[in-house]
Design a protein around this ligand. Structure first.
Ligand SMILES: [Zn+2]
Length: 302
């Protein structure tokens, strides 16, 4: 099994996470973040299940495809010998029931039209995509309800709905079929059409001067702290090398200020004094292209 594209937090999710830690929080942002985090945790659970049980095939997580002026997202795509499996992962806490292919909440009885719409639209666009690239595969679409505490009632095989246990069975079964193709044409077409940020997501703006400074841990909950000269840690327990912290600082800055060239002073301020100017300078010299030796020195990507 080969993972061509790993699951990562989307740029807009990372921006939101940064904004929450660096500016005054609004309730709307907080709710949006909680929703995103829940969805991401669900996708992560499914990704670990795939990584654990799939031995054959090619895997791509979290694709945002732009095709024919339309955009659609796929949480997980498994590419096997002649078949493609598309998975939409849902991390719901409410129980649901299915009636004539429609989804409803058990408690309120309200319909969840989004699920069926998403399935029909994604399948239609994905088949058009294959056709446009002269590719012929059988496409299967599944909803995965990953939360093991959630109950799904009225589920029939042709609903193509999986819970945690049945998703595990399916992945194991798929894996029994050997895969001999490299699928290069399709993998390239998918990666070419994959975009980092949905055009429907408005990029979040941050004011460099006004936002709170510091470098956030991967956990997204704390700013990093210096323990010793070489040891930087987070209260969550994770430790970082100086280079890893530098990497994070550059990534965070580029999330919001990609149009500005990198400078030692800017990173020093951003790190809130966590990184010495000399350390920053050395790292940038090694990994970026330097412009102007003395006054007005800045760096761009190699
Ligand atoms: Zn942490």
């Amino acid at each position: 099994m080969e993972i061509v594209k790993r699951l990562t937090k989307t740029e807009s999710f990372q921006q939101l996470e940064q904004k929450l830690m660096r500016t005054q929080t609004t309730e709307e942002d907080m709710l949006k973040w909680q929703r995103r985090l829940r969805g991401f945790q669900g996708e992560k659970q499914f990704a670990s299940l795939v990584e654990k049980h799939l031995t054959e095939g090619i895997v791509m997580f979290d694709l945002i495809l732009s095709f024919n002026n339309k955009e659609f997202q796929i949480d997980a795509l498994l590419l096997m010998q002649d078949d493609i499996y598309l998975f939409e992962v849902k991390n719901f806490s409410d129980d649901i029931f299915i009636k004539q292919h429609q989804f409803f909440y058990v408690d309120s009885g309200h319909e969840i039209p989004m699920l069926l719409m998403q399935k029909e639209r994604t399948l239609q666009l994905f088949n058009q995509f294959l056709h446009a690239h002269g590719l012929n595969y059988t496409v299967h679409y599944y909803h995965v309800f990953i939360n093991p505490d959630q109950q799904i009632f009225g589920h029939m095989p042709d609903n193509h709905c999986l819970n945690f246990v049945s998703a595990t069975h399916l992945i194991k079964n798929i894996s029994n079929v050997p895969n001999f193709f490299p699928h290069n044409h399709l993998v390239k077409a998918l990666m070419d059409r994959h975009i980092k940020q949905s055009q429907y997501e408005k990029p979040i703006q941050l004011s460099f001067e006004e936002c709170r400074k510091g470098i956030l841990c991967e956990c997204g909950l704390y700013f990093l702290q210096k323990q010793t000269l070489r040891k930087i840690t987070c209260p969550c327990g994770k430790t970082y090398s100086v280079d890893e912290v530098m990497e994070r600082a550059v990534k965070e800055i580029s999330l919001f200020f990609n149009d500005k060239p990198l400078t030692v002073r800017q990173i020093h301020l951003w790190s809130d004094g966590l990184l010495h100017k000399k350390t920053i300078s050395r790292y940038l010299d090694r990994n970026f292209t330097k412009h102007n030796e003395t006054k007005g020195r800045f760096y761009t990507c190699n």
